[in-house]
Design a protein around this ligand. Structure first.
Ligand code: DUC
Ligand code: ZN
Ligand code: ZN
Length: 455
């Protein structure tokens, strides 16, 4: 063994128990009591929890949008992730016009190989689902990608996929061992409200929410679920933010359909009140953060297992970019931050007793791994698994401040939020990369994670 983490309490999705963890060559090789090895470095984790590193299944690093790009690139995003106990990300590759899907994926891979501080794999956001793109699904699955996302929103010329093409893609994905994801909001109702609001001079971010209220998302989720159940195909609803959409997903799941939902920390902590703030910053994202009824329902959905994954949808933009649309919310690049805050926030809720630590590990780590084809390499602490580990101090209090965050963005929606308990060490494949508020990782350390086709 080269490393032993001693005297901690191991928490996985299923178990909580006191044991030492022995690591060799980046893998967990022994779990037991009183492990010793003369040449191994030993870390004492008395009073601490040892958790699998989080997997953030929804990130947008360096994503082009509104003539700019999201503030965190691969390097700063994965750096920040590690400081919050996240050891793997599934980043969205955006299909580029005039380029084959595989070309875009390969370029992205080359970049991540050089820049990433933690392990990574990819999902693909499809911007135009042509027959040629569908032909490339197989190659992408062979490459290690098993989720493709389409959009119900935006215009026919840009991004939006019609229902027929969506169903075609779902059937094909199922055949190949992949899962379609859909950005579910109704574009026609958004446009109807937006035209009206802007004509009346109502451009404040509050009207972003008003134009995309609960029913806008609910209808689209219901439609996506309807097609998935009618054709009996798997479906993934990322960034779910509304109660009635969740009700529909729960109903379909109870009938045995393979429908998965993901929600995000910002939907669990904040409400649509954030859009009423006056000031230069705003937290416009899509789907927007909803009212308290939806927030309560999302928490219930996590507890009863109808929300399988919590992931960040991390897509931050600088204050001046956000401020450019204060008079016209349609000009605001959509997205909020959270890559460093997800695990600390969810674990803090567990520390305060809202849910179990096991449940947090399940939705933030083990479910992303086993539902997307990379378990048990990732998502658990077991012999043979990657030693992606977090040492968590339940006694440490941490108050978020932008200057304490490691992201390349000048503000944070999490500003001032106090966490009870905090990650104090992060290991990526046995290598210490974050140590007591100091990043000690290495650019290019991160490896591509090939995700297996789904059965
Ligand atoms: N929503 C956002 O607000 N930003 C990026 C992607 C998404 O779905
Ligand atoms: Zn989306
Ligand atoms: Zn996303």
């Amino acid at each position: 063994m080269d490393l032993i983490i001693k005297n901690g309490t191991i928490v996985t999705a299923k178990d909580t128990y006191a044991a030492d963890v022995g690591i060799k060559d980046g893998k967990v090789v022994l779990i037991g009591n009183d492990l010793r090895h003369s040449e191994a470095e030993t870390i004492d984790a008395s009073g601490k929890l040892i958790l699998p590193g989080a997997i953030d299944a929804n990130t947008h690093l360096g994503m082009p949008l509104n003539n700019t790009q999201s503030a965190d690139d691969c390097a700063s995003g994965t750096y920040a992730a590690a400081c919050g106990g996240t050891t793997t990300i599934f980043d969205y590759v955006i299909q580029q016009p005039g380029e084959s899907m595989m070309e875009t994926i390969r370029k992205r891979s080359e970049l991540f190989e050089k820049e990433s501080y933690i392990d990574y794999s990819f999902n693909v956001s499809l911007t135009k689902v042509t027959p040629e793109i569908l032909k490339e699904f197989k190659e992408a699955v062979d490459f290690g990608i098993n989720q493709f996302k389409v959009f119900m929103i935006y215009s026919k010329e840009h991004l939006m996929t019609d229902d027929g093409t969506f169903v075609k893609a779902m059937l094909l994905a199922k055949e190949l061992g992949a899962r379609m994801a859909v950005h579910a909001e109704n574009p026609y109702i958004i446009n109807m409200h937006t035209e009206e609001f802007l004509a009346e001079g109502k451009g404040h971010p509050w009207y972003h929410y008003q134009s995309r209220q609960e029913y806008v998302e609910t209808e689209a989720v219901k439609r996506a679920v309807y097609w998935a159940t009618s054709f009996n195909t798997p479906l993934y609803i990322p960034h779910l933010a509304c109660k009635e959409g969740l009700d529909e997903i729960s109903r379909a799941r109870n009938e045995g359909y393979d429908i998965l939902a993901e929600t995000c920390p910002h939907y669990l902590y904040f409400t649509n009140e954030v859009y009423k703030y006056e000031g230069s910053q705003n937290y416009v994202c899509s789907p927007p953060i909803k009212g308290p009824e939806s927030q309560d329902a999302l928490w219930d959905g996590i507890k009863r297992g109808d929300i399988s994954i919590v992931a960040t949808d991390h897509c931050p933009f600088q204050s001046h970019e956000k401020a450019a649309g204060l008079e016209d919310y349609t000009k605001i690049p959509n997205g909020v931050m959270g890559i460093e805050n997800m695990y600390p926030y969810m674990l803090s809720e567990a520390n305060k007793g809202r849910l179990s630590f096991n449940k947090v590990v399940e939705v933030c780590s083990s479910n992303p791994a086993h539902l997307f084809g990379c378990a048990p390499q990732k998502g658990t602490i077991a012999i043979g698994s990657d030693a992606d580990l977090v040492v968590y101090d339940p006694e440490k209090t941490f108050v978020v401040k932008p200057e304490k965050m490691h992201s390349n963005v000048d503000h944070t929606i999490w500003d001032g939020v106090e966490f009870s308990g905090y990650p104090i060490k992060t290991f990526s494949r046995g290598k210490l990369i974050y140590d007591n508020e100091k990043f000690v990782g290495e650019k290019g350390w991160g490896q591509f994670l090939k995700r297996e086709p789904l059965s």
